[in-house]
Unconditional design. Structure first.
Lengths: 269, 351, 258
């Protein structure tokens, strides 16, 4: 009596036809461009194309900066999510709106704003440059900064939702057993929120990997230092279509290689 | 020893309570939903600060707003068994029990070994490695109990400890709980809305209604003289204690014997009997009832359209009859009357 | 069921009307007889062509014409034309880009209409202390070029080669406007842009000439596209750009005669 599908009576299947049709449309909409890409790929030359330094540099840079941006977002984003979900400080809804802003802003606008803040003549960047000579634009750290800026909301909102959904009574139980606030946070809250932290991290990483507008505006474009995969694809589109397609395929392959194994784990809850 | 004077407002509820629980005593806070029972418990545990009053355990002040004292829950010598047990889902039963010791700085191995001893004591040795969702209700309750007791609290609080169980299992688990509670020497305060729980587990009842205590006393005293309609409705149950003297016969302390319908669950039993099931007669009844005795009316109490008759005799209990029956039988204090109970109306619980 | 169909009909008709008006789009003529003209121009031509467009529309012969200037990196525009974008006129920053479009049969008879020199641009006040092209190899300076894929970038690299300088480049911007904006904002110490860009930036930027032997002159061709939605307007606009009046306007923006 467990979970076997009942045989259809009168031709009615479990899923309504209309729903299936629309769902198929949605899937096709995503699949067709992918198929077009595969169909136009320069399969013969793919090996050689992919091994060119410009591709290897872009891929290595993309992967390291996306990872670094995710790590940074986890470090500051999880505490922020906790404050938004659990604390009773005033101004939380304002803070939440602020954190959502990079999601809503066009990435190029985000990049421009980052320049005004951290560029050589920026609000904070200027004094720091004068004092130390350190500068974010035109460096790989600038790429990390741009990625973190656009990807942070994905992490914070996902983790906040996960924390809200968690059972706060378990935290009370831990308190009555003698757990300090830090122990409660570490052993109960974080453990419960772990799935949403993973999900948020994956979304954050994926967003950072694909980031283009803010990166090109803020960090610039230089092979090996700030030219990420999306930038390389964009520029290759104008001069060398085949290389562009090859680069796109590499990016898609790498993304799938990370996302598919995690597919059951990165839905929060 | 718990001494608590609690003044607390939470939403619509205004709690204004003075209570004490002595070491070695099991007290039950009983009352309707929304009366404030769980709130009182949570305040004692420190999950809710008082607005006024004072909570003291063994002389140590835990909460005193006027003096600016508030001890965090983690530092109170109080153990808490929650209604849904709230076992940590990702930890095994063993690690759940060991949790409190780990919080106190015990090493993992030492904490686990001590936890193992506790589990064994409660008959859960072979459940140690299981996750909470693999445990039955009764097992989960024992794990929650061990988890709370392992830290050697001075006071144990239990919030509706049997509510999460289904009715069929409750009697068995209830009697086990009574045995396990008896091994703890501090004060025990439990909250329940089930009168049988209160009657079986507690030495003293505290009736809480609308944020105030309306009656205090032993279960028998409260049952015999309910001070409010709620209590009367709720504890409108007679509870008689006795020993089995046959497969279906119970001998009470007075020597009287009552016959029940089903085989008895154990050597020591409590018999529950609704007052409405006690029939009163002028003459000794013929026919079926095997439980029949000559009783003396001690007191009459009119309640809405019923009258509660307290009876003394071989069996001390309360009967509930109509005013017409009172008139017909000529029931007054001191009057003598035959009382009978059908075997099938007596429910036996293991004790 | 019939009732539902009838109620749905007006909604469907409305939807169809919306789709048709969005997708159809009369690029060539409107009902009122005004002519719309779409001009794809290199990024460096943005300001000049905006002025040319306004002047053309104001001219007595082309009363009521609406000129839309789409400016971007020349190679980006080329790709869009090859993909079938509905443009009337194409004015890239070098002949090579135009030749590719001609070779695909999308344009014919390109004519040169302006020339532009390269120039080193530095932010006002010259914070990097750049004097001449040789200074661009200093790794301490923040130097920007256009990406090699765009004419400005390939020409700049030719000029650097000729001058024998290995520039320490920190960024290759996607088009010359982006590069100019960064220099104006002081994000970079120097970059190689067109003279027209230096002029257009006004006070925000100072220009430094390249040595005579190293400089490269970009020649801009212009052509009407073969599948232009508005062929008459395209031809007229091309003629206007190459006319005396057009030359004068272009000179005002720093362009030279071809």
């Amino acid at each position: 009596m467990t979970g076997r599908r009942r045989p259809s009576r009168g031709g009615e299947r479990r899923e309504p036809w209309l729903l299936l049709g629309l769902a198929g449309l949605a899937l096709a909409y995503v699949a067709v461009p992918l198929l077009a890409l595969l169909q136009r790929a320069p399969w013969r030359d793919l090996g050689a194309l992919v091994r060119r330094p410009v591709v290897i540099d872009a891929l290595a840079l993309s992967l390291t900066t996306a990872l670094a941006a995710t790590a940074a977002c986890l470090l500051v984003g999880v505490p922020l999510a906790w404050v938004l979900a659990r604390s009773r400080l005033p101004g939380r809804s304002l803070a939440r709106a602020l954190v959502t802003l990079p999601m809503v802003l066009p990435p190029v606008v985000g990049g421009a704003a980052l320049l005004l803040a951290f560029g050589r003549r920026g609000l904070l960047g200027g004094p720091v440059y004068e004092a130390t000579g350190l500068l974010l634009p035109f460096s790989a750290w600038g790429v990390v900064a741009a990625n973190a800026f656009v990807a942070l909301p994905f992490l914070v909102l996902t983790v906040e939702a996960g924390l809200r959904a968690g059972d706060q009574r378990l935290e009370e139980a831990a308190a009555t057993l003698g757990a300090s606030r830090w122990t409660v946070f570490r052993r109960i809250t974080l453990a419960q929120a772990a799935p949403s932290i993973l999900a948020g991290g994956v979304l954050c990483w994926a967003r950072a990997l694909g980031e283009f507008g803010a990166t090109v505006t803020f960090a610039g474009n230089l092979q090996g230092r700030t030219q990420t995969m999306p930038l390389a694809v964009f520029l290759a589109m104008e001069s060398d279509r085949e290389a562009a397609i090859a680069l796109s395929l590499v990016l898609i392959a790498v993304s799938l290689a990370v996302l598919v194994p995690l597919r059951d784990r990165w839905l929060p809850g | 020893m718990l001494r608590a004077g609690m003044d607390l407002t939470l939403g619509e509820l205004h709690l204004d309570v003075d209570l004490e629980v002595a070491d070695g005593e099991v007290a039950a806070l009983i009352g309707p939903n929304g009366a404030g029972k769980t709130t009182a418990l949570r305040a004692i545990a420190g999950l809710h600060p008082l607005d006024g009053g004072r909570i003291e355990v063994d002389g140590e002040v835990l909460d005193d707003p006027a003096a600016g004292v508030f001890v965090a829950p983690a530092r109170r010598p109080v153990g808490f068994v929650f209604q849904d047990y709230l076992l940590f889902p990702r930890l095994s039963a063993l690690d759940n029990v060991a949790f409190g010791l780990r919080c106190r700085g015990w090493g993992r191995a030492a904490a686990r070994s001590e936890a193992g001893r506790w589990l064994a004591r409660l008959g859960l040795a072979d459940q140690a490695g299981k996750r909470p969702r693999a445990l039955s209700g009764g097992q989960a309750q024992r794990v929650a109990l061990a988890r709370a007791l392992i830290t050697d609290p001075r006071l144990l609080l239990l919030d509706e400890p049997l509510a999460a169980l289904d009715a069929a299992r409750r009697p068995q688990v209830r009697s086990e709980l009574r045995r396990h509670l008896a091994t703890f020497d501090g004060g025990r305060l439990l909250v329940t809305h089930d009168p049988v729980d209160a009657l079986v587990l507690a030495d003293r009842l505290l009736v809480l209604e609308g944020g105030r205590i309306t009656q205090v006393g032993s279960p028998a005293a409260v049952a015999a003289r309910p001070a409010s309609p709620y209590v009367a409705e709720l504890i409108g149950v007679n509870l008689l204690q006795g020993r089995a003297s046959g497969e279906r016969t119970v001998r009470l302390a007075s020597g009287a014997e009552l016959v029940v319908a089903d085989p008895l669950p154990g050597p020591d039993v409590a018999l529950a009997l609704r007052p409405q099931a006690v029939a009163l007669h002028r003459h000794r009844p013929e026919g079926s009832p095997r439980n029949c005795w000559w009783a003396t009316v001690e007191d009459l109490e009119a309640r809405r359209d019923r009258v509660r008759v307290s009876l003394a005799g071989p069996v001390t209990l309360v009967a509930e009859v109509t005013p017409a029956a009172v008139a017909e039988l000529g029931l007054v204090a001191g009057a003598r009357v035959w009382a009978s109970v059908k075997a099938v109306d007596l429910s036996a619980y293991p004790v | 069921m019939r009732r539902t169909g009838r109620r749905r009909l007006p909604a469907v008709a409305a939807a169809v009307a919306v789709v048709v008006s969005l997708g159809g789009g009369c690029a060539g003529t409107d009902a009122a007889g005004e002519r719309e003209l779409v001009v794809f121009a290199a990024a460096s031509l943005t300001d000049a062509f905006t002025a040319l467009g306004r002047a053309y529309a104001a001219a007595p012969g082309a009363a009521g014409a609406e000129v839309e200037i789409v400016a971007a990196g020349s190679s980006s525009l080329r790709e869009q034309i090859l993909a079938g974008a509905p443009a009337d006129v194409f004015a890239p920053a070098d002949a090579a880009t135009m030749d590719q479009v001609v070779a695909a049969g999308m344009a014919s008879d390109p004519r040169p209409f302006a020339a532009n020199r390269l120039e080193i641009a530095v932010p006002a006040g010259n914070p990097g202390g750049v004097d001449e092209i040789g200074d661009l190899d200093d790794p301490e300076l923040l130097v920007g070029l256009c990406a090699e894929e765009v004419p400005c970038g390939s020409l700049a690299r030719q000029a650097l080669d000729r001058a024998g300088v290995a520039a320490a480049v920190d960024t290759n911007e996607a088009d010359v406007r982006a590069l100019r904006t960064r220099i104006e904002a002081g994000e970079l110490d120097a970059g190689i842009v067109y003279r027209s860009d230096v002029l257009a930036a006004g006070e925000a930027v100072e220009g430094i000439d390249l040595p005579a032997g190293a400089n490269v002159v970009a020649t801009y061709p212009i052509a009407a596209l073969t599948s232009a939605p508005n062929p008459a307007g395209a031809a007229a606009f091309v003629a206007f750009v190459r006319s005396r009046q057009g030359e004068r306007i272009l000179a005002g923006f720093g362009f030279e005669r071809p």
